[in-house]
Design a protein around this ligand. Structure first.
Ligand SMILES: Nc1ncnc2c1ncn2[C@@H]1O[C@H](COP(=O)(O)OP(=O)(O)O)[C@@H](O)[C@H]1O
Ligand SMILES: [Mg+2]
Length: 334
């Protein structure tokens, strides 16, 4: 029996195929022709169109704010990726385990399951993101030993304390990668009167962003539009400016970790004190974040080995380990 794992993230979709590993990594973006309501492009191809489409086509991120903002587009994108993977493996109807963002409603969960079944899956199960991320980063979640995982994705940051394969408590906040990008854009607008696009803001964050001066990486030249005269503008942005622009958001992420620790039952917090905090998701790649978290909480903090792939790797481990981790998912078939 073939099994597929899908991490339907707000920024990236990653697919794991049983026995093969990760077979697809694409941005969660879809371009739609508004006249015929049909899909023009999906994934990387659609991401190149963000902010550049003519009136009739819209390139959008259907899961933008940690929830499914555009259900039909999400379904179309999901169906496209699923078919792409299941189509070229000559498999009969696969079993699918999907991880969807935390803020998704019961109705939306049900709808994602329906799309998956409709696209040809034999059965479908959902897995909670912190659980998948923790398994993927090598934490032994089945143990009666508390651990903490902080997943900083595109739309949400999830702070979770896990024990015995389940979530004991968790905090979810909208401050994550996208809000960092927005903070960078508004800082540049305020300081230089220049408007930059989302893609440019994200590039600044990834290329020269950090949370501590010792990780500063010089400057980066970016283009935008001058708001005073409407003309194209070129500015040089420094690492220090990016750090300053993201400071409030970084502070709220760390504050939510602190508050979660404060609400953790004492037996579990002493486990976490021993085992440390693990950071996953793309946001964990911000240089210096682990050190900052560790300095503020007093708990050793590490970045997971492949933060962007963690969730998919975690689902993969569930798929490969017949039985052993079966308690974390519940299949629904038809
Ligand atoms: N090197 C990096 N430094 C900082 N942020 C990064 C880096 N690489 C990716 N990101 C950010 O991580 C986020 C995507 O992470 P991901 O875990 O794939 O999100 P999701 O699970 O929501 O799809 C995006 O906001 C992206 O800009
Ligand atoms: Mg994710």
């Amino acid at each position: 029996m073939k099994s597929i794992g899908i991490d339907l993230g707000t920024a990236n979709t990653i697919v794991y195929l049983k026995g093969r590993g990760i077979v697809l990594r694409e941005p969660s973006v879809v371009a739609i022709d508004q006249r015929g309501r049909h899909v023009v492009a999906v994934g990387s191809e659609a991401k190149l169109m963000l902010g550049k489409t003519p009136g009739s086509i819209s390139a959008l991120r259907p899961l933008k704010n940690g929830v499914i903002a555009e259900f039909d587009a999400t379904a179309a994108m999901h169906r496209h990726f699923f078919k792409k993977v299941s189509g070229n493996t000559l498999m009969s109807r696969p079993k699918v385990i999907i991880c969807i963002p935390y803020g998704v409603t019961e109705v939306e969960k049900r709808a994602v399951e329906d799309v998956t079944l409709e696209a040809g899956a034999q059965s479908v199960a959902l897995i909670e993101e912190p659980v998948a991320a923790a398994i993927g980063s090598g934490l032994r979640v089945e143990d009666a030993r508390g651990s903490m995982i902080v997943d900083i994705g595109g739309g949400t940051t999830e702070v979770a304390v896990l024990s015995l394969g389940g979530i004991v408590l968790s905090t979810s906040l909208r401050t994550a990668g996208d809000e960092l990008d927005e903070a960078i854009s508004s800082y540049i607008k305020r300081k230089y009167n220049v408007l930059i696009g989302d893609v440019t803001a994200e590039a600044l964050k990834k290329r020269i962003g950090s949370v501590h001066p010792s990780f500063d990486k010089g400057t980066m030249e970016v283009r935008g539009r001058n708001l005073m005269n409407g003309l194209p503008a070129i500015i040089n942005v420094t690492s220090a400016e990016i750090r300053e622009s993201m400071a409030d958001e970084i502070r709220s992420i760390i504050e939510s970790i602190r508050v979660t620790l404060e609400n953790t039952p004492p037996e579990l917090s002493s486990d976490i004190y021993d085992s440390g905090i693990v950071l996953s998701g793309g946001g964990a790649l911000l240089p210096g974040l682990d050190l900052l978290v560790s300095r503020i909480t007093g708990i050793r903090t590490v970045v997971a080995k492949n933060p962007l792939d963690c969730v998919a790797i975690g689902i993969g481990r569930v798929i490969e380990s017949v039985g052993e981790l079966s308690g974390v998912v519940n299949f629904r078939g038809r």
